[in-house]
Design a protein around this ligand. Structure first.
Ligand SMILES: [Fe+2]
Length: 296
């Protein structure tokens, strides 16, 4: 089982079956079966699409925008994005991505597709469903603008932050919510949940690890993937195939700690910042039963 994919900024991508984009799939990273993760490199999508599954996107490189409509014919809204931004589309809203940078843009997208398809047994239900989540679409404060979680070197970002962006330049995303110390997770650990597009299953967490911070051993009930935004560190998985497995990671790496496996992490001497995407559908499904179980 692969646990880590190295530097997504330079990771190899292959032509997709429809020939529109180059991509690399990390759907099975860490043994995940409910959280799909796809790296896509593209210029402009000719056609938009809709899907019922939740999707959250991190911009690995380049800049551009995503055109969003409540359905095929509704008025358009543009989400501008550039490297280091994260954003989400309201579930089942029509959308189309377009890169405007000289080099093709790279997006890393996290989706609940495998779970949805397995639950309902119909790709058409997920991809061709007329239902509109009007409440999520109306809550535009949580999706109309991207959230900047890292500075991945986009040349226009500094100008945009200073309000100097001109037409055609990427606008940097909004700042993320304030970090809160999390002594329950470990010394030197702070987190912020980023609310995006009314999503219920996908939770994006910004995790800040101060130099040499440690996250105590824990088991995840939720499947998750962890993108290293800054810094470096090590995750140790306990009792895997009869032994412990240590994985060193640094900025640009994608790590998936298997659900149900005890693991601990430590930041390097310079600290680290992580974007952790969790699919918390199990806790949603458990409802009140959740109180009888240990935290996951
Ligand atoms: Fe999509």
């Amino acid at each position: 089982m692969d646990i880590v994919a190295r530097d997504l900024r330079s990771h190899a991508v292959e032509p997709s079956p429809n020939g529109i984009a180059l991509r690399a799939s990390f759907d099975a990273l860490g043994g995940n079966t409910t959280l799909a993760t796809m790296l896509t490199e593209f210029g402009a999508e000719r056609r938009g699409h809709r899907h019922l599954d939740e999707a959250t996107t991190f911009i690995v490189s380049g800049h551009g925008f995503t055109e969003v409509r409540p359905d095929e014919d509704g008025p358009a809204t543009r989400i501008s994005w550039s490297a280091g931004d994260v954003f989400a589309i309201p579930a089942n809203a029509w959308h189309r991505h377009e890169g405007t940078s000289a080099e093709p843009a790279r997006q890393l997208t996290f989706k609940t597709t495998p779970l949805m398809t397995r639950l309902f047994g119909s790709r058409a239900f997920v991809r061709d469903n007329p239902f509109r989540f009007d409440d999520r679409y109306a809550d535009s404060d949580t999706w109309r603008r991207a959230v900047r979680v890292a500075d991945w070197g986009e040349a226009t970002a500094g100008q945009a932050l200073a309000g100097q962006a001109t037409a055609g330049q990427a606008l940097a995303g909004d700042p993320p919510p304030a970090l809160e110390d999390r002594p329950d997770l470990g010394d030197g650990v702070a987190t912020a949940l980023i609310p995006l597009a009314g999503q219920r299953m996908l939770e994006p967490w910004l995790v800040d690890l101060r130099p040499s911070a440690r996250i105590a051993s824990r088991r995840n009930r939720a499947e998750e993937v962890c993108l290293v935004l800054e810094g470096s560190g090590r995750t140790t998985l306990f009792d895997v195939d009869g032994g412990d497995l240590a994985i060193d990671w640094s900025a640009g790496d994608l790590v998936a700690r298997p659900a149900g496996v005890a693991h601990a992490s430590a930041a390097g001497a310079a600290g680290a910042r992580l974007l952790v995407i969790r699919n918390v559908f199990i806790d949603l499904a458990l409802g009140p039963l959740r109180a009888a179980l240990p935290a996951g």
